[in-house]
Design a protein around this ligand. Structure first.
Ligand code: ADP
Length: 268
């Protein structure tokens, strides 16, 4: 019988090249999985630490109250206040975790409506101006007067994003600092989009921390002080909400030079 040799259509060099590319893709996928696993482990460790701290404080306060120790009314009241603050902390952590889980679940639907970006931002800004929390900060609105662009958003969720950014701008700055809310129009993947920014002249973020701040429960060591006690979930929530809207969120910052958070949302 005569043997037939089939000439391969792909050369050995091409095959090797394809194999190298597949190998590279697998390696990168593996790196991503490892990174996700690291973030997940850290999140769980931080979460249990953050819940354990107020729980331990609650337990010792309850024990003190149960001990029947003589105490004046003032001390008694201050212990009750302490307990209620700790419970409040645990409650807000649970609420934020719940919101984050909902936002990350594909089955959660957004209540989308078309709004004028300028009007939406102005309304949010005026509410902040009226809020006594911000009375020691220099608030600025930098949305152009003529800003007719429409965006389709879940208004309550987007307010939550702005709120998280504003609360951080407040938390990581001191009296007299500037906090600005602004917007401009950009081209995003060839489409028109609105870029919203929140800028503060606060303490800024180090080069080392910057790549991690949107991770669940990541907090720069400097931020782990009782007076700055956040849950470490604010930016992860903001990111998941913005991404559910098909948008992007990122931050530019340098330690000691303030921070600028940007969000893009496609125009409707
Ligand atoms: P937290 O509840 O700790 O504020 P976030 O997820 O909102 O958690 O933020 C994560 C970390 O990013 C903060 O702990 C802080 O270190 C840093 N960060 C966020 N916003 C700012 C800001 N405006 N200025 C400086 N650091 C910030």
């Amino acid at each position: 019988m005569k043997r037939q040799y089939i000439k391969p259509e792909v050369s050995r060099a091409e095959l090797e090249q394809a194999l190298t590319e597949v190998n590279e893709q697998l390696w990168q996928a593996n790196r991503r999985l490892e990174e996700e696993e690291r973030v997940r482990q850290e999140f769980l460790a931080n979460l249990s630490h953050d819940l354990r701290a107020p729980m331990a404080a609650l337990t010792s306060t309850i024990e003190l109250l149960q001990s029947g120790q003589d105490m004046d009314e003032e001390k008694y009241k201050s212990l009750l206040n302490l307990m209620s603050r700790r419970l409040g902390m645990m409650q807000s952590m649970m609420d934020e975790l719940f919101l984050l889980t909902r936002m990350e679940s594909p089955s959660t639907r957004l209540q989308l409506e078309k709004v004028q970006a300028g009007v939406f931002l102005e309304e949010y800004f005026f509410a902040c101006e009226a809020d006594s929390k911000f009375k020691d900060r220099n608030l600025k609105l930098e949305v152009p007067e003529e800003f007719p662009y429409l965006i389709e958003v879940d208004v309550n969720k987007m307010i939550r994003v702005l709120e998280n950014l504003f609360i951080n701008a407040l938390r990581y700055s001191s009296e007299g600092a500037e906090i600005a809310l602004g917007a401009y129009c950009v081209a995003e993947n060839g489409e028109r989009a609105v870029c919203i920014y929140v800028r503060d002249s606060g303490e800024g973020i180090s080069e080392e921390d910057l790549p991690h701040i949107f991770e669940r429960s990541y907090r720069a060591d400097r931020s782990r002080t009782p007076e700055k006690s956040g849950t470490g979930l604010g930016l992860a929530i903001a990111k998941s909400i913005v991404e559910r809207h098909g948008g992007r969120i990122w931050c530019e910052s340098r330690l000691g030079e303030g921070s600028r958070f940007f969000i893009t949302i496609a125009c409707a």
